[in-house]
Ligand binder design. Structure first.
Ligand code: ACO
Length: 428
């Protein structure tokens, strides 16, 4: 059986044989298919990239029908159970799980880069008192490009490694400051005695005590949430990272763009939207009426549905388990009952069943974040911290891929045909 595709162009009767490699055809192979002289060749039309592979990647594997997620071949369930976030970030970035010695070196490097330049602090102080922390986060990450001038050397591996360590470490500190700024509290400097996640909690919640000691259950829960959010192959923000990175701009500017894409309610802003939705529903009794409105086309059931997962999102399964552990410490989030009722009804309802709409990662994560004391505005920032590992890994992969070029899709032009200019007094 030949790995080829035979196409007959019924406009011309001509036949073409295209090679199939790794389950794909090259869309550039279609350019030879022309209706006649002057035709520039057949294109594919794929708004929102529903069925277009734009790269070859070795980072994350998803089987959306079976609900499988693997980073570099390791199942997410095993990584969430046995690893910490920095270990998983290392795996995503460098391809292998670190040895004990490699992990210690990596851990030290990240710890040594958590401090922010004092000018960054001043920059952040300039934001309006009630500025959205994600807006502060995006702007500040972008501004780092002005501090690290070597970031422009995107083809220098050592310079790239320096930006990698800086970014993984500093996004947590920027996130911490953005939170403290939004509640009008002093910025807390990093504490190098603590783990990555413990220190992050320190930068958020330290008050006047001499030493902040994170609750180990909450520290571990947040660390697992970071693992679950660290990468998800070619999602909207990662695609933004790759598209921006393809112009060879520095990684701070590209990550600012990727984070902006993450902020939208259809992507990483969904966990914030889920909480607002649950608060709006108000009580378990109002769930059937809410579901009826969604089915009638009035709004969406936020935290449900996924472009790739057509079964239960494996991350949602893990998050549901963590929620129980967190609520043991914090007390049960009263919105949980509404969420469980929404899930129960939706999973039996023909509308959701036929469209294969299941809870995604954002359905339960917001409930945990809220119980841990994070404000809703801060949820997308919590997503952006670990996703920085994924964005950076994809950027690195892009720059090493000799097939990649500046991203530049085609279009089907539907505007007016060429016409003559009209002076202002002749226009109607
Ligand atoms: N509630 C109600 N209906 C939905 C939902 C939902 N959450 N999601 C999809 N649908 C319906 C659509 O109306 C559509 O119905 P139709 O065929 O009758 O027109 C059908 O399901 C297919 O939906 P699409 O929008 O075509 O699916 P797409 O793959 O483009 O969208 C998305 C995926 C954006 C995640 C969508 O499911 C959604 O908006 N979900 C809510 C927002 C959300 O939770 N986002 C987080 C995603 S996970 C992440 O980014 C981390």
């Amino acid at each position: 059986m030949a790995d080829t595709l035979t196409i007959t162009d019924n406009r011309t009767g001509q036949k073409y044989e295209l090679p199939i490699q790794e389950g794909t055809i090259r869309t550039t192979d279609l350019k030879q298919i022309k209706a006649g002289p002057g035709d520039t060749g057949l294109m594919t039309y794929d708004p929102a990239f529903l069925n277009t592979a734009a790269c070859r990647s070795a980072i994350t594997f998803i089987d959306g029908d079976k609900g499988i997620l693997e980073y570099r071949g390791y199942p997410i369930e095993q990584l969430a159970e046995h690893c910490n976030y920095l270990e998983v970030a290392y795996l995503i970035l460098f391809g292998e799980l670190p040895t004990e010695a490699q992990l210690n070196t990596w851990d030290d490097a990240i710890t040594q880069h958590t401090l922010l330049h004092e000018n960054v602090k001043k920059l952040m102080e300039g934001f309006q008192y009630d500025a959205h922390p994600m807006g502060i986060f995006i702007s500040t990450v972008g501004a780092l490009s002005t501090l690290y001038r070597d970031a422009k050397q995107v083809f220098d591996q050592e310079a790239r490694n320096r930006q990698c360590v800086r970014l993984i470490a500093k996004v947590a500190s920027i996130a911490g400051y953005s939170y403290r700024h939004s509640i009008g509290r002093n910025y807390v400097y990093p504490d190098n005695d603590l783990s990555f996640t413990g220190n992050f909690l320190n930068m958020l919640f330290k008050m006047t005590e001499l030493k902040y000691r994170p609750n180990p259950v909450l520290e571990r829960a947040l660390d697992i949430l970071f693992i679950l959010h660290a990468d998800h192959e070619q999602n909207c923000s990662t695609t933004a990272m790759r598209v921006i990175g393809s112009s060879h701009v520095d990684p701070y500017s590209a990550i600012a763009g990727a984070a902006a894409a993450l902020w939208g309610p259809l992507h990483g802003g969904a966990n914030e939207a889920v909480l607002r939705m649950l608060e709006g529903i108000g009580s378990k009794n109002n769930v059937p009426a809410f579901i009826a409105r969604v089915k009638a086309g009035d709004g969406r059931l936020m935290g449900f549905g996924h472009r790739i997962y057509k079964s239960y999102d494996p991350r949602a399964t893990i998050i549901k388990r963590i929620a129980d552990e967190v609520f043991e410490v914090t007390g049960r989030n009263p919105l949980l009952d509404i969420a469980l009722e929404l899930e129960r009804i939706a999973l039996q309802d023909e509308y959701f069943v036929t469209r294969k709409l299941y809870p995604n990662v954002d359905f339960y994560s917001g409930l945990i974040y809220q119980a841990m004391g994070f404000p809703k505005d801060f949820f997308p920032v919590l997503f952006a911290i670990p996703r920085t590992a994924g964005w950076f890994a994809h950027w690195e992969e892009l720059l090493r891929d000799s097939e990649q070029k500046i991203a530049r899709p085609r279009q089907i032009y539907l505007g007016p045909k060429r016409r003559e200019f009209l002076p202002r007094d002749k226009r109607t």
